[in-house]
Design a binder for this molecule. Sequence first.
Ligand SMILES: NC(=O)N[C@@H](CC(=O)O)C(=O)O
Ligand SMILES: [Zn+2]
Ligand SMILES: [Zn+2]
Length: 345
Amino acid sequence: MTDTTAKLTITRPDDWHIHLRDGDQLKDTVRDVSRYMGRAIIMPNLVPPATCTDSALSYYERIQAHNNSNFEPLMVLYLTDKTTPEEIKKAKASGKIVAAKLYPAGATTNSDSGVTSIEGMYPVFEAMAEVGMLLLIHGEVTDSSIDIFDREKVFIENILCKIVDDFPNLKIVLEHITTKDAAEFVAASGDNVAATITAHHLLYNRNHMLAGGIRPHYYCLPILKRNIHQEALIKAVTSGSKKFFLGTDSAPHLKDKKEASCGCAGSYTAHAALELYAEAFEEAGALDKLEAFASFNGPDFYGLPRNTDTVTLEKDTWQVPESYPLGDDVVVPIRAGDEIMWKVK
Ligand SMILES: NC(=O)N[C@@H](CC(=O)O)C(=O)O
Ligand SMILES: [Zn+2]
Ligand SMILES: [Zn+2]
């Protein structure tokens, strides 16, 4: 690995949390994720969501129809109150579904069919621990009396602590963590608990979204927090801990669904995922930590082999377009119209 000068070659990375959507958007989202990601965990919050093995497998086929490379989609089952232990076993046996996703009902985009009773899921969690299927969690409470900036912290205190205590043999990924509280909780937990962290939560805090005007393309869930949390996330990914790994949460929404009086939650970063992470690590003086975060910690936690080939980032400033095609419309990416300092060759 070279230093901060001009070039950085690392083992091919994977994206452990991405939204590819469906239908005519797949041609665009699959092209972006497959440029250099070896594999990706494909989020199942479609309309309707992929709640059973058959729907997850047919989604896999629709993705593969646009995949012209060695990119490998790793599928996820969307948990509902009706999911059964038998469905978990069937999903695992498919060989294509590696995890199941817990969305507290109403917590985020397309989570209306999510889980309303955690206790009701215990037989499902038991089956997951038994067959070795990972539990991925959108960790926010939905109680309208809880301030939106506190919803991750309260989820950890009131819900996640108990799941982690009750299922010591279940591998759990707390997705897209955004707080110091979450980083500390994951670091202090056993080896069965890990977290993904997005590039935008490393690069930005709530001032970027709200100071001097409201910028809807920074609006995602969990929402950007104050800078002490951003600093804690940077500390976590540059600490050398194996518990934190790359998950972009790239979540495209059409331009007019974001630039609206009630805009959708989600930021698009798949156009420059590794490039944006490289900026964050370089800014922290920790480019030497990028490879483990992007290419080792994820597969190691999932129990999958690391990729064996490499990708090379070069210091080569380029301007991000104002928008990219998304189906028959457009998406406005993070950094639209502005420069990015790195480019994957
Ligand atoms: N992160 C987001 O703000 N949105 C995601 C859903 C999610 O990951 O919570 C989406 O699907 O748009
Ligand atoms: Zn989420
Ligand atoms: Zn997501």
